[in-house]
Design a protein. Structure first.
Length: 275
């Protein structure tokens, strides 16, 4: 059986102002049997943890970022090899399914980034997965920057990204013996998503499930959420680092408009952006 998990990071609330990209991330496995053998919360040697990403990455707690990055890179290394060193080369250009309007020349990409950023070492879970008769075989994401979302329905853009990933996954495995577990898109019914997919010429079938709070229920959705969160946090760090080099009094911005620091950040970067 083949199983794909898909989830988003950086979508926010309907009218919430956001900083940084929207990530739609997917991870895929091949396994024996009818049900996936790993449940969440999952922990391996205290260095790898898979759960709802909001339970893993916690602001101002560097150890949680170490765990999140160790988990993400330990899985990605199965596909890329152990020599993950340059984020743009080894992850972004390798696994992103979308072309970006800035052509990697915007301030999000201004500083070359070596990885790992927070973690110290990766963890080898190959023997554990073999014991469970599981193979990690697929990882892709769609990176939607604000330019791609400007004045667009972000939920429909999310659906389009999900469809792009599903089509890539189908082509990759070349079999109908698969399932897709996807975090539910806002409060939209499967029928609404089905109509969106139909506009793109794709008929949604029973192999694909949209699960409410899926990152709290299914391992593959939780892992895709965690890897997506890791990639988004990389870009939040890069954005902050870029503007901090011009003004060290700029407050750190997490990317979500939740308090006055977000508005202060936006006001302080405006003159820098005009240069």
């Amino acid at each position: 059986m083949y199983l794909l998990g898909i989830d988003e990071n950086g979508l926010g609330l309907t009218n919430q102002v956001m900083l940084g990209p929207l990530l739609i991330c997917a991870v895929g496995f091949e396994f024996e049997g009818s049900s996936f053998p790993i449940k969440i919360p999952f922990s391996f040697k205290e260095k790898i943890k898979v759960d709802d990403s909001k339970n893993i990455f916690k602001a101002k707690k560097i150890n949680t970022y170490k765990i999140g990055e160790t988990t993400a890179l330990s899985f990605i290394s199965f596909l890329k090899g152990k020599n993950l060193a340059d984020f743009d080369r080894d992850i972004f250009k390798e696994f992103n399914l979308l072309n970006n309007p800035c052509n990697l020349s915007g301030f999000c990409f201004s500083n070359p980034l070596k990885i790992p950023v927070w973690a110290e070492t990766l963890e080898d879970i190959d023997d554990f997965l073999k014991e469970k008769k599981i193979r990690f075989i697929y990882f892709k994401f769609c990176f939607l920057c604000p330019k791609l979302l400007y004045k667009k329905d972000k939920y429909q853009k999310e659906a389009e990204a999900i469809l792009k990933i599903i089509l890539d996954w189908q082509n990759f495995i070349n079999t109908k013996d698969y399932k897709v577990y996807c975090g539910k898109i806002k409060n939209f019914s499967k029928q609404t998503v089905k109509s969106w997919f139909k506009e793109e010429g794709f008929l949604l079938d029973d192999n694909i499930e949209f699960i409410t709070k899926g990152d709290k229920k299914e391992f593959v959705i939780a892992l895709s959420s965690m890897v997506g969160k890791y990639i988004r946090e990389i870009f939040i760090k890069r954005i902050n680092d870029y503007f901090f080099q011009y003004d060290k009094n700029i407050p750190f911005c997490s990317g979500y408009r939740q308090n006055k620091k977000f508005d202060e950040f936006i006001e302080k970067i405006k003159p820098i952006c005009k240069k």
